[in-house]
Design a protein around this ligand. Structure first.
Ligand code: NAP
Length: 461
């Protein structure tokens, strides 16, 4: 078995690397998921075949409990709840690393080498802090906890003291201190730091925090690989750690924010007075018939999907609209902002599910130059990612965030239910432009009415 195991682990690692590569594009993403699952199956089978697994009964019990919780969660959680589901799975994964680390600590102490104790300390510190931080992130996203940043005077200082305490105790353990209070206090500080880290961060920043926690859970798993002498854990943990970090960097760039601003900026604390202010300013609104007439006379349309499309599950109606308009000779394309929706790739997944051709989905950089030549920019439940204040208002919290330049199209139409703000909680000056028509209603039913209007008549062509 010892001869075959490295080979099985190598194949599993290859599966993970290919999974990440193929998930880069919608056309290969399904293949990526399947190869990742095969890699994980090989990893589990290989590990169970190791000579040091002597009894299977506890493994089977854990497998049954885990599957009984995991399978219904995966099936029942709606697509819009994937960020909180991810937070929950990070919490479980990190807790597993931390508990294994704790067991190994008591098994090995007082004999482990400085290196192993270093890896063990990193695993336990990151494991426990990721657990509590992920649970708080889950609570905020699920709105069980207040989503606003909870801040108090000197909070960064307190957090730093707690982290410093954990690091000092970790160093003491590496130096060979085995007093019975040291290890439990180390665990306490790690758990506490996770709570202190995420509580002051607003709900709007949770997806970025989750990507960072993905990274820390990965590093904890890699450290566990050193402790357990398991090369596959080191590889998988390192992949997870770097993928999470790269993802959070991409998300920060797309929002024009720095890590420190996300972690310590208490973004979203001042929820905009936008709603109240907005109610007093006049806007132009239109009915489905009027919207259909505008689309019918257009020769180019760019559709901008956002979080509201996901909430309304409007993607299938949008595909019907795409088909009707395309048949009439209208050039319809989709503009994808990197942080539209609530998780990276959110819009791509929904539009792919509705069978919109991949080549019609264009990234922000590819499509932004096209808006000035476009007849209609049709926004479906997107808000922040189209807000021109990001370009023009230096006092706006989203100033500098790259946005889709929808205001440069000849006509802008916005499907949303009200004048309510988006995730950033700020008013959108786009809605008050002369060229903008507000289409008030649920995205799915409004898009459905437009399709009916278009299918029932029209003279384009
Ligand atoms: P958004 O700014 O949150 O706006 C979504 C809009 O959808 C709302 O204004 C809402 O207005 C409308 N809506 C909700 N339900 C609807 C329904 N059933 N039918 C029609 N409209 C509906 O969304 P976004 O433009 O996609 O921007 C994403 C935001 O999330 C950004 O601020 C981004 O920074 C943040 N974020 C995203 C990620 C990511 O990975 N994607 C990560 C971190 C942060 P009404 O209530 O009036 O309908």
């Amino acid at each position: 078995m010892d001869k075959i195991l490295p080979f099985i682990y190598l194949l599993a690692s290859l599966g993970f690397v290919l999974a990440i590569k193929w998930m880069n594009h919608p056309s290969t993403a399904r293949r990526g998921v399947i190869i990742g699952e095969i890699g994980m199956l090989l990893a589990v089978i290989g590990t169970l075949l190791r000579n040091d697994v002597v009894e299977y009964q506890w493994v089977l019990i854990a497998l049954a409990i885990g599957s009984a919780i995991g399978a219904p969660l995966a099936y029942l959680m709606p697509m819009t709840a994937v960020p909180q589901l991810t937070a929950l799975s990070h919490a479980f994964g990190a807790l597993a690393s931390a508990l294994i680390g704790t067991a190994e600590y008591y098994k090995m102490t007082p004999t482990p080498s400085g290196f192993i104790m270093g890896a063990l300390s990193a695993e336990i510190l990151l494991g426990f802090l990721t657990t509590t931080a992920s649970l708080i992130a889950f609570g905020k996203l699920q709105e069980i906890l207040p989503t606003r940043p909870l801040t108090y005077k000197g909070q960064n200082f307190v957090s730093l003291i707690v982290l410093g305490g954990a690091v000092l105790l970790g160093v003491a353990m590496i130096a060979g201190v085995t007093d019975s209070w040291v290890f439990p206090t180390f665990i306490g500080c790690s758990l506490m730091f996770g709570i202190l880290l995420v509580t002051p961060i607003g709900g709007a920043d949770m997806p970025t925090v989750i990507a960072l926690l993905n990274s820390s859970a990965g590093v904890a798993a890699a450290a566990m690989g050193f402790v357990l002498d398991n090369t596959l854990l080191i590889v998988a943990g390192a992949l997870n750690g770097t993928a999470g970090l790269i993802l959070s960097i991409i998300m920060c760039k797309a929002m024009n924010r720095s890590f420190t601003n996300v972690l310590f900026g208490a973004f979203g604390q001042v929820q905009a007075s936008g709603g109240a202010q907005a109610a007093q300013r006049p806007v132009r609104s239109a009915t489905p018939e009027e919207a259909a007439a505008v689309l019918d006379s257009a020769s180019s349309v760019i559709v901008i999907p956002g979080y509201g499309m996901a909430v309304a599950q409007a993607q299938h109606k949008i595909r019907e609209m795409y088909e009707v308009l395309t048949k009439r000779g209208v050039n319809v394309r989709f503009a994808i902002h990197p942080v539209a929706g609530r998780m990276p790739g959110h819009m791509n997944v929904l539009l792919a599910e509705a069978d919109i051709p991949y080549d019609k989905l264009l990234d922000m950089d590819e499509i932004n130059g096209e808006f000035p030549q476009t007849d209609v920019a049709l926004i479906i439940g997107a808000n922040d990612v189209t807000n021109p204040a990001a370009r023009t208002d230096s006092s706006s919290p989203i100033f500098g965030m790259p946005i889709l330049d929808v205001d440069k199209a000849h006509t802008v139409m916005v499907i949303k239910r009200s004048m309510a703000a988006g995730f950033a909680g700020i008013d959108n000056p786009l809605y008050y432009l002369d060229k903008t028509l507000m289409l008030f209603g649920d995205a799915k039913s409004f898009a459905g009415s437009i399709v009916r209007e278009l299918s029932g008549g029209g003279t384009h062509g």
